[in-house]
Design a binder for this molecule. Structure first.
Ligand code: ADP
Ligand code: MG
Length: 244
């Protein structure tokens, strides 16, 4: 894929990873903490997938950058973002720490289950916030400040506009899973995603800026125009892109 002029701007660096970094052959090599390595083993993950070899060490080290990673379906993108977030979470526990947005209820449910499984050694709390389930209960669950909120954009944005908006002021990671679908113009997600992005990444006093992590199987125009759609929501952090 040729980098566009916009991608070559100073804010955005494109890193094309054609093959896995051989230095990251095992979960130990990635720099993961022992409890997480043990959980991976228990889940039957024998070695990290290519996207995990690239994304996990990057997120463990880089706290001041947004990330976009393109890797095929079934390549293990969920664990690629969950594991480093869980590791940081175990060190800085406060508030709702990560919000994961995904286009469908079914995907949200699957991600929520993976978060709970991968975070079992840290007793991670995750709230599933999707349409079709009781929104009052979801609101109460978010009041308990779970570590993760895995949501479809419509339901979370609706709660945010409601009488008792969830407190997202400490969110450290905003993950857009299937980001191409979430950012497609006229998809119905656009407005809610932009609002959530702005809400999580804007201004309030915080120890560290919120990092936005975009995962997708395909590069589309909507991903290329991310910065237009997001407006000022990405703040001043650079966006690193990995094509695996
Ligand atoms: P993607 O989001 O890239 O489409 P998923 O994150 O849903 O893929 O992962 C697909 C499947 O692969 C899941 O069942 C997950 O548990 C499994 N998986 C993830 N990482 C590994 C690994 N390192 N080794 C073996 N299986 C894995
Ligand atoms: Mg996925």
């Amino acid at each position: 894929t040729k980098a566009t002029a916009a991608e070559e701007s100073s804010r955005t660096r494109v890193i094309e990873t054609k093959k896995p970094l051989s230095t990251y052959a095992t979960f130990e090599d990635l720099g993961l903490a022992d409890p997480l390595i043990k959980t991976c083993r228990e889940l039957g993950f024998r070695k990290p997938t290519p996207v995990q070899r690239v994304v996990i060490p990057f997120l463990l080290q880089q706290r001041h950058s947004h990330l976009m990673a393109l890797a095929s379906t079934g390549s293990g993108k969920t664990a690629a973002f969950c594991l480093p977030i869980l590791q940081h979470l175990s060190e800085d526990p406060y508030g709702i720490y990560a919000v994961v947005l995904t286009p469908t209820r079914e995907l949200a449910k699957q991600i929520h289950q993976q978060v709970v499984a991968l975070g079992s050694s840290y007793r991670v709390q995750s709230a599933l916030v999707v349409g079709g389930l009781d929104s009052v209960r979801q609101s109460c669950e978010l009041d308990q400040r779970p570590h993760f909120c895995v949501a479809t954009p419509g339901r979370l944005a609706t709660l945010l506009r409601g009488p008792q908006p969830p407190k997202l002021g400490q969110v450290q990671y905003l993950v857009l899973d299937e980001a191409d679908r979430l950012l497609t113009p006229h998809s119905g997600f656009e407005r809610d995603v932009a609002e959530l992005l702005l809400h999580c990444t804007s201004n309030k006093p915080r120890r560290m800026p919120c990092q936005t992590l975009l995962f997708s199987a395909t590069m589309t125009k909507s991903l290329e125009s991310l910065e237009d759609i997001a407006g000022s929501g990405l703040g001043r952090l650079p966006l690193e892109k990995f094509m695996i």
